[in-house]
Design a protein around this ligand. Structure first.
Ligand code: FPP
Length: 247
């Protein structure tokens, strides 16, 4: 099928409202070509940019999440950590205007206070400048972890209770979800992981309760528009029951 045919086919059925991407395999992509791992990250960021523009341009799904840097990624060699964080900062600074022009609203999820100050400034700036975007809601996880996010929600609940603004006995799933860093985003309908591995790796946990999971051996730098459309087609072939029996 051509890309046009694939697009037409996925538009015939209910599209996911939120697709989350676990971008794995940059290092292996580079190693297989005899290149340094960081070259894989450089290609990876280009692959991400292409996809973001495709999704926003086609108004394919209203919300996209990218897991760019996890709370565990600090354990990589210092040189790689520095390179990755610098790459992200430069990407946000250099591509920010284009995001704003294309109506992409960017929000970074994660413990940003631990990031280099220059990256924090770039994040604050792009979040403010892009906030009126209506083509795509883009959530980028930087120093994000699913467990961190749940603990963050618990911390906020505890603080509100201490101030007398929340009755702990009245806390329920819906009110707790509003305290999570991911509040305001619909739960992901589809989570895609590239790079062979079949796990969530501490990405969305609370939000993934009923997400459909899709795993592909494609390495992230090779994950293109057609691969995303294939993942959505696969998703559309599934029956989602949310714990209920079928009608
Ligand atoms: C995994 O590859 C990828 C990452 C650690 C994330 C890096 C992501 C990017 C550079 C793209 C981010 C883009 C945007 C626009 C936010 P890996 O190093 O774990 O690969 P490996 O498993 O083959 O070693």
């Amino acid at each position: 099928m051509t890309q046009g045919e694939l697009l037409a086919a996925v538009r015939m059925q209910t599209l996911p409202r939120h697709v989350a991407l676990i971008m794995d395999g940059n290092g292996r992509w580079a190693q297989r070509r005899g290149l340094p791992r960081v070259e894989g990250h450089r290609q990876g960021i280009q692959a991400a940019e292409r996809l973001i523009h495709f999704v926003a341009g086609e108004r394919l799904v209203p919300c996209l999440s990218l897991f760019a840097f996890s709370t565990e990624n600090w354990n990589r060699p210092q040189e790689e950590v520095d390179y990755l964080l610098d790459l992200l900062a430069r990407f946000i600074r250099e591509r920010g205007d284009e995001f704003v022009e294309r109506g992409i609203r960017l929000r970074v999820l994660g413990a940003v206070e631990a990031l280099p100050p220059s990256l924090q400034r770039a994040i604050t700036d792009i979040e403010a400048r892009s906030r009126r975007g209506d083509a795509l809601d883009l959530a980028v996880g930087i120093n994000f972890g699913g467990r961190w996010s749940i603990v963050e929600g618990a911390r906020r609940a505890a603080a509100l209770a201490r101030e007398g603004k929340l009755d702990p006995g009245a806390l329920d799933e819906a009110s707790f979800a509003r305290l999570l860093p991911t509040a305001g985003f619909a739960d992901p309908d589809l989570i895609v992981r590239t790079g062979e591995e079949k796990r969530i790796s501490n990405f969305y946990l609370w939000e993934a309760a009923y997400s459909e999971l899709y795993f592909t051996s494609i390495l992230w730098p090779d994950f293109d528009e057609d691969a995303l459309l294939e993942a959505i087609r696969d998703y559309q072939g599934r029956r989602r029951r949310f714990g209920k029996v079928e009608a």
